[in-house]
Design a protein. Structure first.
Length: 157
């Protein structure tokens, strides 16, 4: 995961796109944002409903399992199209965004483990088992929102 992230950052300065291709890459970037972050928000929404006892654990796990490929596909597309857009790696704010993206990726691997552990508990999870999941879901939200806000800020200031 870290190697892929690093490769995208190292390759990015060597890519120069024509205005037309840049627009296409930006469209891809935003489409992947919709797919990836949309899937994350859906799973987190179901998780919140479970915490409020409005959904059974099984529903959350089914949603998480189903959304899993969309989240990774979105994140991969964001990294590839983001590299094509040529981030300005001399900017501190861009590094905040890149580190937020790395955090989202590594944290996503951990969330997968948490989901598998909850699935093994067969629908009845003690409260203590929720803590890693809530912490990882919070890190994920902070990471995605940070990357979205910094990307938006950089593109529109
Ligand atoms: C969670 C992952 C990411 C999210 C949520 C995200 C979000 C965004 C957003 C919202 C924009 C603004 C688009 C606009 O307003 O027109 C943007 C632009 C951009 N993103 Fe990302 N991005 C992510 C990952 C990446 C990565 C990994 C890279 C680089 C390797 C990258 C490089 C860029 C570049 C270069 C721009 C254009 C900025 C400009 O025009 O100055 N992004 N991103």
């Amino acid at each position: 995961m870290t190697l892929g992230w690093l490769a995208a950052i190292l390759v990015a300065p060597h890519l120069t796109l024509s205005p037309g291709w840049r627009m296409a890459a930006l469209f891809c970037h935003l489409s992947c944002l919709v797919v990836g972050f949309g899937a994350v928000l859906t799973v987190d929404w179901f998780s919140l409903r479970w915490l409020l006892r409005r959904e059974p654990l099984g529903t959350v796990l089914t949603a998480a399992h189903g959304a899993h490929p969309l989240i990774w596909l979105g994140l991969l597309g964001l990294v590839v199209s983001g590299a094509a857009l040529g981030p300005d790696t001399s900017s501190g704010l861009v590094w905040v965004k890149l580190l937020a993206v790395l955090a989202v990726g590594v944290n996503g691997l951990f969330l997968g483990r948490v989901r598998d552990r909850l699935a093994e508990m067969d629908g009845v999870a003690p409260r203590a088992a929720l803590l890693p999941g809530v912490a990882a879901a919070s890190i994920s939200q902070v990471g995605w929102w940070t990357a979205t806000l910094v990307g938006f800020w950089n593109a529109n200031r």
